[in-house]
Design a protein around this ligand. Sequence first.
Ligand code: NDP
Ligand code: OXD
Length: 306
Amino acid sequence: MSIALILPGRNMAALRAAIKARDSAVTVQCWPELETGAVRLAVAWQQPPDALARMLRLEAVLSFGAGVDGLLQDKSLPERVALGRIVYPGLVGQMGEYLAAVVLARHRRLRDYAADQRARRWRPRSAPSTATVGILGLGELGRFAAQRFHQMGFRVLGWSRKPKILKGVTSLTGANGLQRIAQEADFLLCLLPLTPATRGILNAGLFQFCKRDAFLVNAGRGDHLVESHLIQALDEGRLSGACLDVFQDEPLPGDHPFWAHPRIHITPHVASVTDNDAAAACIVEDYRRLGAGKPLQHPVDRERGY
Ligand code: NDP
Ligand code: OXD
């Protein structure tokens, strides 16, 4: 029995080496050279259509990352196959760092001071006032980020399907909770999974409730955002700016209006990047669990969509 890596465009040899360094007895195959009948566990990211369909002894598939929308869209995946994802403290910490960097840079007006420096202009601005961070999604990533912002002295609101008890975080749910978070947040951060219920959630209907100087950060998925609504909201002064790490089309096409928009900051889907060594530890542990008949460490609920 073996593990198959189906990660087109990624360094599968390096991941295979990291897995073998943890367990030299395990057989690891890399797409496209697969002996499909021997695969018990597959690790996939942007897998080609049908790559997972022919594996008759496949027991589980892990997403090579925290998001599982790419796996769930794969209609060739048999129902009997368990789905899991790769999440570990380093991935969660990186996201917390990214969000803190974006929010603090904005809160402390570092871009304005950089522009002042270019113009040789000495222009102190007033002391930053208390700000509210609103986080859509209080899962592995959102919970950690929420607590970090609380520790930094921000007022924090979080939105999830089920209510949460988190120190220093006001937990909100449902349509009213979403409206309230939009109304109160100075920084609105999206860390939701992409599901039918969350697709397009960052839209004009939500932006109409936002404060006029609110700043949006989307680190969930590109399809959470209705792109034309963001541009309109920024151009009409409904939002003050946005930092986007994820996009409907990645890489972002060269002629996309986001590139040149003065109020949009872009990062190329790097908020939190899966690391081979840490992923290898998760993969080996889940492979052992399958062998022992135990559940995966981070199982995905197909019905819920995350
Ligand atoms: P989790 O599955 O751990 O958490 C998801 C959260 O979203 C939960 O709090 C859940 O609520 C909430 N949620 C889901 N659907 C709804 C809904 N309809 N209404 C309200 N709340 C909802 O996910 P993670 O925190 O691990 O990751 C979140 C996403 O971040 C990933 O799916 C991925 O898309 C993105 N990501 C982006 C990366 C990047 O580099 N840009 C890196 C890694 C991930 P409840 O707790 O009640 O179930
Ligand atoms: C992930 C991602 O889901 O990198 O892990 O987007």
